[in-house]
Write a protein that binds this ligand. Structure first.
Ligand code: ADP
Length: 397
């Protein structure tokens, strides 16, 4: 079964064609600068690669047409016709409280996704444009929406409510939603497979540490708490996002520097996190190299990041009444052994022992705790596209 996975942004669109039954990736690529000058990238095993070549893409329709042309190209394509694409899975950022799982896209579903737009004004409208463009070019192909928020809809009220006047929840939908759900769901499933135990029995803490980072408590296969909140700004410090902070700081700084709320939020989203703290970079490779040369702020940024992740691990073990495995995934979690080791430092009291030798690894599904560690530590490369394709295949079958 061939599933086309689409992740549409406002001016870019990522795609993959894959077979969820065996996990084989047939082709992948990227449309960039949609509505500007249009750049198209295409990669498929054993075929000629296209690397940011000029393709006119005034709208998302031309971008998706370029994807379909490349996939079905006589020489460099991977399928002989569009009929060989069985379904399309669309990544949608926000499903609000309306979607607790992936769904086949219908007119009613489109209307419900649109109703979630105010909750993700930068992302959902772009996702919708991508879906509509695809529908018009592939009217006979079933489409599925897979939401970043859906996996977290199982959180209990004590985890998702903020201690604000209740009316803000009732009238304005202000609550914790959480994000990266597709990634957390995927790695939790892989963790159960690696441990050879039913997911229903397991208490897992999934650390998705990338440019954006979130930690999720997964009990019995269900998300019971997660560090991101109403927006992806909450939780641990990230590349450029502050993570949690005292809201009183906003009033203090805005008054002192005559900043408006948009300017303030720009600081919190784009100029904070490990970049703001280190004054070096949002990229953990740069932090590692600067810290190695004695840069104290870069070292502090690494330590602060690891410290906050470790605090979430402790908090979620408490929330679930124990933990069987801690999972590291995404760009930093998969590649940065120093950060993994800093996060795990001092967790021996709860039965978690990292194996320094086993931790000297990158981007590979493997156990990195010692044989006698009661709590297993797992490195699991995430694969959101495969998860989207798996959900899509399951729904259209
Ligand atoms: P995104 O949230 O954009 O999907 P990723 O999960 O791809 O992010 O993570 C990107 C981040 O991963 C980079 O900004 C960088 O900090 C980190 N990273 C990637 N490779 C390495 C590496 N080899 N060592 C340390 N950190 C890395």
């Amino acid at each position: 079964m061939n599933i086309l996975v689409i992740n549409a942004g406002s001016s870019s669109l990522k795609y993959q064609l894959l077979d969820p039954e065996n996990g084989v990736l047939l082709a992948k690529g990227l449309c960039e600068r949609i509505g500007i000058d249009g750049k198209f990238t295409y990669k498929a095993e054993g075929k000629n690669t296209l690397d940011a070549v000029d393709v006119a893409m005034p709208t998302h329709s031309e971008a998706i047409q370029a994807v379909l042309n490349a996939l079905t190209d006589k020489e460099n394509g991977v399928v002989s016709s569009m009929a060989e694409i069985d379904a399309v899975g669309h990544r949608v950022v926000h499903g609000g409280e309306k979607f607790a799982s992936s769904v086949v896209i219908t007119d009613e579903v489109m209307a419900a996704i649109e109703e979630c737009n105010p909750l993700a004004p930068l992302h959902n409208p772009a996702n919708i444009i991508g879906i509509r463009a695809c529908q018009s070019l592939m009217p006979a192909t079933p489409m599925v929406a897979v939401f970043d928020t859906a996996f977290h809809q199982t959180m209990p009220p004590a985890a998702y409510m903020y201690a604000l006047p209740y009316a803000y929840y009732e009238n304005d939908k202000v609550r914790r939603y959480g994000f990266h759900g597709t990634s957390h769901k995927y790695v939790a499933g892989r963790a159960a497979a690696m441990l050879g135990r039913p997911i229903e029995e397991l208490k897992l803490i999934s650390c998705h540490l990338g440019n954006g980072s979130s930690i999720t408590a997964v009990s019995g296969g269900k998300s019971v708490d997660t560090s991101m909140g109403f927006t992806p700004l909450a939780g641990v410090p990230m590349g450029t996002r502050s993570g949690d902070l005292d809201a009183g700081i906003l009033q203090y700084l805005m008054n002192k520097y005559q900043m408006g709320i948009d300017e303030m939020l720009n600081v919190l989203n784009k100029k904070s996190g490990v970049e703001g703290l280190s004054c070096v970079s949002s990229d953990f490779r740069d932090l590692e190299s600067a810290a190695g040369k004695g840069d104290a702020k870069a070292a502090l940024a690494q330590e602060k990041f690891a410290y906050e992740v470790r605090k979430y691990v402790g908090a979620y073990a408490a929330a679930m009444g124990g933990v069987d495995a801690v999972i590291f995934t995404a760009g930093v979690g998969e590649n940065d052994k120093a950060i993994r080791s800093m996060v795990c430092r001092g967790l021996e009291y709860m039965g978690l022992k990292l194996d320094a030798g086993a931790n000297d690894v990158r981007g590979k599904e493997t156990v990195i705790s010692t044989a006698d560690s009661k709590v297993k530590v797992l490195l699991i490369p995430t694969n959101e596209e495969l998860m989207i394709a798996m959900d899509t295949a399951a729904l259209v079958k």
